[in-house]
Design a protein around this ligand. Sequence first.
Ligand code: ATP
Length: 336
Amino acid sequence: MTKIAILTSGGDAPGMNAAIRAIVHSAQHNQYDCIGFFHGYNGLLNDEWQTLTHRDVANVLQFGGTILKSARCRAMCEPQGPKQAVNTLRKHQIDALIVIGGDGSFRGLEAIKAHWEGQVIGLPGTIDNDLAGTDNTIGFATAVTTATHAIDKIRDTANAFERVFIVEVMGRHSGHIAFHVGLATGAEAILSFENCDSADTKQQLDRLINQIQVQQQYNHDSFVIVLAENLWPGGPQALKAQLAEQADIESAVCVLGHIQRGGSPAPEDRLLATELGLEAVNAVTDNRTGIMIGKQGTALHDVPLSHAINAAKPVDARWIKAQHDVLTEYLVKHRK
Ligand code: ATP
């Protein structure tokens, strides 16, 4: 009988449980056995697992986190790590390994593939949306929704005190969350990798100060800056200090942090996870391997793992243009 193993790895993302559930349901429908390894690749290295049936995945799709737990596993990056993982897969007579995670997790999957005859299939599970070959990753929609609601609340208090707020959002090294959230909340400024050179922040700082001063002159209530994590040297506190030193602008800082990773998955993530999970089992049946299942438009398709990992996944140019044009127009109008 065909035997599938599942694990979740790297940063957890809301919707991972929905994906596990879909895989288990489809596996049982096809009369495949299914087991889950715990704590990312650590579960494979330490042989930590459990059988998964319908009962184990009942009432999980509405919860964030992952019932299989997630973790980083440094040993997988050592030469012995993937070989040890393969020993465990052989011991359990696994035919296909499905990993739900981000680009790092897919590198681990490729390393296993180099030593193993079984099928390896990835599902894009990361809030960062930084995997090529799929419009959205599992967890992205929820993270954007959570951060949007949080900034709406910040806006209330920022308006009341007529404050400048710097709100740091997640995204690792990409600005998908920053741009979506910035536009969805009407942030006055979005500072992200796509529109800001972190090696030369002086020009960006001058521009930002100019924008804030123009706005304050016209007595607008508040000014929200959405800042992508890992962008500004010294982080949001350094930006706050620079605004104060250079232009006597007071600001408050809010780092949204891990609340963006948790919470009940948005319906979009539940549906995406379900669709991708079902397709992963179809891929097992069809003997497809070395792929991530992606979705572009309404079509599901196989993306070579190397492409998903290495190809660029730029923020949609429409969003960057919208932000740029709106701000430029605003400045030009108010400078007169
Ligand atoms: P996210 O970006 O959402 O945090 P991710 O999957 O990219 O998710 P990483 O921490 O980069 O998260 O990687 C997860 C795990 O994948 C690592 O802890 C490690 O076990 C494995 N991994 C990462 N890179 C490699 C590699 N080059 N070779 C083997 N395994 C790797």
